[in-house]
Design a protein around this ligand. Structure first.
Ligand SMILES: Cc1cc2nc3c(=O)[nH]c(=O)nc-3n(C[C@H](O)[C@H](O)[C@H](O)COP(=O)(O)OP(=O)(O)OC[C@H]3O[C@@H](n4cnc5c(N)ncnc54)[C@H](O)[C@@H]3O)c2cc1C
Length: 398
């Protein structure tokens, strides 16, 4: 009989942490571990808003997977997962002629964009999804500025930026734009007061679920930086020319970035796994109910808190799940009983650009520069956890 085969799909927070635990604990020839990811590198999704605005070099947020994966213990396959069959225990890859079989599958492919049925989002809006998509946003924005300056007509829509969504990623992106726009205006010789940056949110508040005092701080800070908020205002359609709001108002904008939310990865639904908005309500061991040895972690898992409300999908959640997942798989292979998952919140910090942030650490509120230093430390902690001191130092220097 061959070695038990563990296949981990996705080298994001959840997948990479699972593999990190496995390679640390498994003995030689105890199991075959395979990691599949579409890129040869990992990117820190939590920081993508920075290269998207052009305030950070995209190199900062990524590192090669073989820098942190022990290739003596883990086989890395760079390929795109196109589907899987949990009954046959097979995974299908774009460039492989044969299916990849498994004994244990960890599904950690991250989320897809949630459009809430809004017309034109996928066709016309830009999205903060991965390294390539944020490179496009940055280039697109700069191109519109150049076009504005190069044209006789000086069309206002070329220098109008709409950010759909004032949740976590929307606010963090808007914060970065507040830092970047004055520099862009100087670079392209455009007066700052000509430019519009509009943040549109369907919910009645910015950062739904956040402490009110912190939300007020964020709104005041961003408004002082020139952001126009339209709150309680659903976007009805994203067109080639901009957005149409509920009620019919049209805002012409050459740059529309959609950050309104995520749903589970469509590959789960396509495989017939039961989902709620694409996410799988996993059991206490992070298993998809009804399937043997299928584990779903990160943005694709749905976990409820004590008040029966779903936890939002976060890197913090994915990392904790990945840690337990790796440990549990080792325990299972050795005939032991797996531990159940319990999320422990370490706090939340949302950045408002380079120099400010808001956050809750325990029951303590933090704002301003102190909070932004905390945010940097949280980002560096991930590099430290996965790549040790040398990776953290390298990133800190950058
Ligand atoms: C702008 C922004 C800011 C955020 N800020 C925070 C924050 O401050 N704190 C926080 O906790 N959370 C934050 N989040 C949320 C957090 O990034 C996600 O919850 C987290 O990345 C989920 O981890 P994951 O392992 O499920 O997926 P991911 O980290 O998204 O990893 C998925 C991996 O799978 C790969 N992949 C996807 N599809 C395929 C395929 N078909 N084949 C092969 N490989 C594939 C991807 O390339 C990627 O490497 C933020 C998100 C965004 C967008």
């Amino acid at each position: 009989m061959g070695l038990p085969k563990i296949v981990v799909l996705g080298a994001g927070y959840g997948g990479l942490m699972t593999v990190s635990r496995l390679q640390k604990q498994l003995n030689h020839q105890e199991a075959e571990v395979i990691l599949v990811n579409q890129n040869p590198y990992h990117y820190a999704t939590t920081q993508l808003h920075e290269p998207a605005a052009g305030t950070l070099d995209p190199e900062y947020v990524r590192f090669p997977i073989d820098q942190v994966v022990d290739t003596n213990k883990v086989r890395f396959i760079q390929d795109r997962v196109t589907g899987f069959d949990p009954n046959k225990k097979e995974v299908y890859l774009k460039d492989a002629s044969e299916a990849l079989t498994y004994d244990h599958l960890v599904f950690a492919l991250g989320s897809n964009t949630e459009t809430f049925g809004t017309k034109g989002v996928l066709e016309n809006a830009l999205q903060i999804r991965n390294l390539d998509s944020v490179r496009v946003i940055r280039e697109h924005m700069e191109y519109q500025f150049a076009q504005y300056q190069n044209s006789e007509e000086k069309k206002d829509e070329l220098i109008t930026i709409v950010v759909g969504g004032a949740g976590f990623s929307g606010i963090e992106y808007v914060g970065e734009l507040v830092d970047r726009i004055p520099k862009l205006c100087r670079e392209f010789d455009i007066p700052r007061d000509k430019l519009r940056l509009i943040n549109i949110e369907a919910a009645p508040t910015v950062l739904p679920g956040f402490d009110k005092e912190l939300v007020d701080y964020a709104v005041q800070y961003l408004e002082a930086g020139g952001v126009e908020f339209k709150i309680g205002t659903p976007i009805q359609e994203v067109t080639e020319d901009g957005v149409i709001l509920k009620g019919g108002e049209e805002i012409k904008a050459a740059t529309v970035v959609w950050t309104c939310g995520v749903r589970g990865n469509s590959l789960l639904e396509e495989a017939g796994v039961e989902t709620m908005r694409g996410r799988v309500k996993v059991d206490e061991y992070l298993q998809a109910p009804g399937y043997e040895n299928l584990y779903v972690i990160g943005d694709n898992s749905l976990i409820f808190n004590d008040q029966e409300r779903p936890y939002p999908p976060t890197a913090q959640m994915a990392t904790q799940q990945g840690e337990l997942m790796g440990n549990n798989l080792v325990t299972i292979l050795r005939g032991g009983s797996p531990k159940s998952f319990k999320f422990v919140s370490k706090g939340t910090v949302a950045s408002l650009g380079r120099g400010s942030a808001i956050g809750m650490i325990g029951n303590k509120k933090i704002v301003g520069y102190r909070a932004s230093v905390m945010k940097r430390l949280i980002d560096l902690r991930w590099f430290y956890m996965i790549g040790g001191l040398s990776l953290a130092i390298k990133k800190a220097k950058l």
